[in-house]
Design a protein around this ligand. Structure first.
Ligand code: OGA
Ligand code: MN
Length: 373
């Protein structure tokens, strides 16, 4: 493999630019893809431990015996659990991030432009959906919607983007299910059975979005790992070192992957230079639902809404004229959620903010080494 050429002292920026480029498209041969690991000598596999009975498996997470955790030899402190969420679990978290978590009392980028606070029962998703339903339902109609302009949501301690701090008094209750997911993962990786998810940033990316190189250094507890859950479109994640001069490694991320930045990587520069179009996850309609009795409300609502849509447009499906909105709708999917899904990546970035005593830290040594090539 030939080494990547870096021309400036800001290696991070240089590599970031390479992956961001549209024409000609970037060379992806150096990107580490955990779907192709048997061919990569840099990958190390680690064991995961079963969380104690006090930390049951949260909805949407796969059982521990179906998970694998890897690290990369030149990136100490970076871990990844590919495909850690079930197919339905990915939709569950997508729907949570779209329909519920942007709403009051949580905060989002759109709040900065409002003259009055949002109403408690207002829903960005429902409002956007209503507007979209009345439009010609083409891709360009999506761009003007509030839900499409959503860039970030903060939960728990609200990150202040200007001062880059968490204020003690700027806190709203952290979603319990996200806390449970974080605790399950933190226990499984051997960090602690008492991880406290106290702040999260949900990032909303579209196919042209990027997240430039940065470090997350505002938490008081810099020992606790950052947990980062990917949903939706595929992306390239760049992870460098403590300075922008360190040459970053590119990692291919897919929906359901969980990245853990811990130890040496906890304060490393990282960013997202690229989102890939046409990598949308399977629509909710195509997923086999094994146990409908345990479906969370947001999934039930979504299934009801697309069933209703399908029934409504059943007669119009026979329309063969590609100029009609009905035809476009038929081609693009049945629900507003499905339209949105085609152009979106979501990242839930979960952090413990405060220092709590009694946290033991005992990552297992590698148990398997992948074949050298
Ligand atoms: C962040 C972050 C990475 C991602 O929100 O701080 O680094 O994968 N996100 O979106
Ligand atoms: Mn970050």
């Amino acid at each position: 493999m030939k080494a990547q050429k870096v021309m400036t002292s800001n290696a991070f920026k240089e590599i970031f630019k390479q992956y961001k480029r549209r024409q000609p498209p970037p060379d992806l041969s150096q990107v580490i893809d955990f779907k192709k690991i048997p061919h990569d000598y840099r990958i190390i596999e680690h064991s995961l431990k079963d969380p104690p009975p006090s930390i049951p498996r949260p909805y949407g997470a796969r059982p521990i015996d179906q998970l694998h955790m890897y690290s990369i030899s030149n990136l100490p402190g970076f871990f990844i659990i590919p495909n850690a969420l079930t197919d339905l679990g990915q939709h569950f978290w997508m729907l949570r991030c779209l329909k519920q978590l942007p709403n009051v009392p949580h905060k989002c980028n759109l709040d900065l432009h409002l003259t009055a606070p949002r109403e408690e029962d207002s829903s960005l998703f429902d409002e956007s959906k209503d507007v979209f339903e009345k439009s010609s339902k083409q891709r360009s109609d999506l761009y003007s919607l509030a839900i499409y302009k959503l860039r970030w949501v903060t939960l728990g301690y609200h990150y202040d983007w200007t001062s880059k701090i968490y204020q003690d008094d700027d806190f709203t209750p952290f979603p319990l299910d996200m806390g449970d997911l974080a605790r399950y993962i933190a226990s499984a990786i051997g960090y602690s059975d008492d991880y406290r998810a106290e702040a999260a940033i949900i990032n909303y990316y579209h196919s042209d979005s990027t997240l430039s190189g940065h470090t997350d250094h505002s938490e008081k507890d810099l020992q606790a790992p950052l947990l980062s859950v990917s949903l939706g479109l595929d992306a390239i994640f760049l992870l460098g070192g403590q300075t922008l001069e360190d040459v970053p490694t590119a990692i291919y991320l897919r929906t359901g992957d969980i990245v853990i930045l811990w130890k040496e990587a906890r304060l490393a520069y990282h960013g997202v230079p690229r989102i890939f179009e046409n990598t949308c996850m399977s629509p909710l309609e195509d997923i086999v639902i094994e146990d409908a009795s345990v479906l969370p409300d947001c999934i039930v609502d979504e299934i009801d809404s697309y069933t209703e849509e399908r029934n409504k447009s059943a007669g119009k499906m026979l329309v063969k004229d590609p100029q009609t909105p009905e035809y476009l709708r038929y081609q693009m999917g049945h629900s507003f959620y499905e339209h949105y899904l085609k152009y979106t990546r979501i990242n839930m970035n979960i952090r413990q903010v405060n220092i709590h005593k009694d946290e033991e830290c005992n990552i297992k040594t590698p148990v398997k080494r992948q074949k050298l090539s």
